[in-house]
Unconditional design. Sequence first.
Length: 256
Amino acid sequence: MKTYEQFIKQVKSVDAMSNFTEEQLRGHYRGQCEMLRIFKHVINWLDQHNLSYFAEGGTLLGSVRDKGFIPHDSDIDIMLMDDEYDYFYHNFPKQGDGFFFLNTKNDPMCFSDSLYPNSDVGHIARVISTNYIYSPHQHPRGGIIKGHAGLRVDVNKMFTENKDFVRPGYLFAEFHTWKEKGFVLRKDQLFPLKKSPFEDIEINIADRDDVWLKTSWGADYMTPSRGGYPHEYPNHGKITKLDLNNLPQMYKKYYE
């Protein structure tokens, strides 16, 4: 993991973080360290079960452009192909060392329908840190986040469209550029997967990561943006420590 001093040099380029206090900056850095810890745990489990994940979203961009986290980001986005995602969903531990596991298909608290009312989010699983949990809060783009999002690894499903193409299992109708562009990847653009640096580890990414990144962020995706907002700690409302004793009650439907 990068040092705090290296992190500070990175965040100076993000306008949305220019007014952060020292406490907020250190909290954001701790959040990135926490997420990397959980990411490593998820990767180890996937490797042990011979499941081939690949990075997407900000994790893919961060790996290719920043060699780690995008400065204002601290969640992790990865994908699994259809059958491997299903195996992950049914077999990944519901609780572990500093994390718990939820799936949008079974638990409404895992994702906010108020923010993405017209979206297909039934194929996102989340491995969420028990050290950073959000209370309900206002999203910067509008809408109220009612679920406990927190610092998490988002594991998304990639569908086999046909023998030649694959497509993501979720498309955010309001905001996601993939929806407008009818995003699909050729299988030979996704596979074979290759390794790319992410902080102090190497992760799996698409063979033609440039095709994916250009579709999502445009041809200048390698140019860092001064925009963006920290959608983890600290500007999303109050963060509380999760009481593990109350976990079955908080997510009773999921644990029945």
